[in-house]
Design a protein around this ligand. Sequence first.
Ligand SMILES: Nc1ncnc2c1ncn2[C@@H]1O[C@H](COP(=O)(O)OP(=O)(O)OP(=O)(O)O)[C@@H](O)[C@H]1O
Length: 115
Amino acid sequence: MNRFLKSFKFAAKGLSYTIATQPNFIFHVVAAVLVVAAGWYFDISKGEWLAVLICIGLVMVAELLNTAFEALVDWLSPEFNVKAGLVKDIAAGAVLVAALVALVVAFVIFVPKIF
Ligand SMILES: Nc1ncnc2c1ncn2[C@@H]1O[C@H](COP(=O)(O)OP(=O)(O)OP(=O)(O)O)[C@@H](O)[C@H]1O
């Protein structure tokens, strides 16, 4: 198997681990599907599509990195450790920030189209 295909296989493994173990990731995927459906329904502009797609990517990437940090912390510090907890909390904070930004963007785009 060539190097590109191998890297793709490893990335798919990380993605399927995240899908299988993180209910939050499934929640974000469902939210993304609903937002894309709303984008089609309301026939949003090219700029609005870009904002929506960037937000979806941002949230997914944040969730994947959060999962990677969780796995790393669980491996390096299975016992209680204040710093280990802090690393997990900060990674979770990154997901929260990305999700809040996505929520604000969704409001800015869709609320004027609904009301
Ligand atoms: N080894 C640890 N030492 C100290 N605090 C920890 C440790 N592991 C977890 N914690 C604390 O518990 C919180 C929840 O940890 P947990 O591993 O359940 O993360 P989670 O975000 O709930 O993960 P998952 O989504 O997989 O359930 C962390 O955010 C952190 O504050």
